[in-house]
Design a protein around this ligand. Structure first.
Ligand code: UGA
Length: 445
């Protein structure tokens, strides 16, 4: 919304939320989310045509176009628990819009939703006692965290789905006109509603599938002496494959990939396509295996036990340049290491101590005295037996960190497990580290 406000100064944009603390934070320079470049855009538009408010009903009543951008977590209860998307927040929004609207409006689904959700939203809206005319559009978001502002500035595509009726097409055009302020028309795709909803789930499933595919190959690389980065580079040169999303890792995290694939799996099962469901479920299974393999490799290398050994964890966010830890592989790996008896000293440049403690469920846990959260990587490495790099922050790269200094304060033999393949293994081996990457030969070959 900040980007739309920045690019369309004549359109007033009001962001509403029930959470007053969040709305208050959006009015300060300490925004509730860390995203490079976001503050500058907010500052440019805030107070001019970008407003933040808790006056939900009044803002709905005044709006011509409403973006529903609430979260759709995986259901934790009842039918579809663990797979289906929980649509209670979306439904609550639709009901509130139906209740307070007296004029015609275009409702835009921005949240990621199962296919045919627009139909349910439309039925709820059409039951409104005031009988205004509603058009529902699907406009999924494709930005990635950490690069959100570039992604919004130059999107590969903007996708808008709507009903293929005269009124539906008019609504689609109204939203096209908003994006056309800065996005080239060739990059704005319009489709029917269901194609748009399904394209969002499919894009995330394909991206996650690429990561699981290269991670599967990383296991074979470790067994054979091939180097996964060399394999990825070689196959990525094929223009049909392309070089992106081929970086082997400790497994993908984030709030979207797993949730959206489970959602896809649930839809396939619902529509009687069990083989298709199983096909996509494997992408998540492979991701779980990748996290476990990383922990197992640490254990094996540290002479089959980490009990009472100190492991320095570099990075806790699910990727660099964000403070988001949702579904971060670091959470799973840290928990497994704790169960094995390890002591952990964790450093992340952006994730708060409170967040790490919450993610590891440390309050009244037997593990709470086994964890230390450190302000810098040097403190974390003090007397550690091993380092595990779990997020690819630039500040952990070989030229950014003084690995000589780190080596000097560690227990020997000093191990370095690079779960993101960002460190020059030869360089740190020369210092004396036993260095191990994902899908990398254990020694130079
Ligand atoms: C992802 C998609 O990339 C966006 O297009 C989409 O809009 C978004 O989900 C969403 O649905 O909201 P995001 O989760 O923010 O974006 O971040 P990604 O860059 O996709 O990374 C996801 C995970 O995959 C991270 O843990 C990352 O470290 C990992 N990853 C990514 C790899 O392990 N290897 C790669 O080559 C790329």
């Amino acid at each position: 919304m900040a980007k739309i406000a920045q690019k369309c100064p004549e359109i007033p944009v009001t962001v509403v939320d029930l959470n007053a603390d969040r709305i208050a934070a959006w009015q300060t320079d300490d925004l509730p989310v860390y995203e490079p470049g976001l503050l500058e855009v907010v500052q440019e538009a805030r107070g001019r045509n970008l407003f933040f408010s808790t006056e939900v009903d009044q803002t709905i009543a005044e709006a011509d176009m409403i973006f529903i951008s609430v979260n759709t977590p995986t259901k934790t209860y009842g039918i579809g628990a663990g797979k289906a998307a929980d649509l209670k927040y979306v439904e609550a929004c639709a009901r509130q819009i139906a209740k307070v609207s007296t004029s015609s409006k275009i409702i835009v689904e921005k949240s990621t939703l199962p296919v045919r959700t627009a139909e349910s939203i439309k039925r709820i809206l059409d039951a409104s006692e005031n009988h205004p005319n509603f058009q529902v559009l699907s406009n999924p978001e494709f930005l990635a965290e950490g690069t959100a502002m570039q992604d919004l500035e130059n999107p590969d595509r903007v996708l808008i789905g709507g009903e293929q009726t005269e009124e539906g097409l008019k609504a689609i055009q109204a939203l096209v006109d908003v994006y056309a302020h800065w996005v080239n028309k060739d990059h704005i795709i319009t489709t029917n509603l269901w194609s748009s909803e399904l394209s969002k789930l499919t894009a995330n499933a394909f991206l996650a599938q690429r990561i699981s595919s290269i991670n599967a190959i990383s296991a074979l690389c470790e067994a054979t002496g091939a180097d996964v980065d060399e394999v990825a580079h070689a196959i990525g040169k094929d223009s049909r494959i392309g070089p992106k999303f081929l970086k082997a890792s400790v497994g993908f995290g984030g709030s979207c990939f797993q949730k959206d694939i489970y959602n896809l799996v649930y839809l396939c099962e619902h529509f009687g396509l069990p083989e298709v469901a199983q096909y996509w479920a494997k992408v998540i299974e492979m991701n779980d295996l990748q996290k476990q393999r990383f922990t197992q490799r640490i254990l094996r290398s540290l002479f089959n036990t980490v009990s009472d050994k100190k492991i320095a964890v570099f990075g806790f966010a699910f990727k660099k340049d964000t403070n988001d830890t949702r579904e971060s592989s670091a959470i799973y790996i840290c928990k497994d290491l704790l169960v094995e008896g390890a002591r952990l000293s964790i450093h992340d440049p952006k994730v708060s101590k409170e967040q790490i403690q919450k993610d590891l469920e440390l309050s009244d846990s037997e593990f709470s005295n086994k964890i230390e959260i450190c302000k810098n990587p040097y403190d974390a490495a003090e007397n550690a037996h091993a380092i595990a790099i779990l997020t690819e922050w630039d500040s952990f790269k070989t030229d950014a960190l003084d690995y000589n200094k780190i080596f000097s304060v560690m227990e020997k033999p000093a191990f370095l497990f690079d779960g993101r393949n960002i460190v020059d293994l030869d360089a740190v081996r020369k210092i004396g580290f036993e260095a191990i990457g994902v899908g990398k030969p254990e020694e130079k070959v």
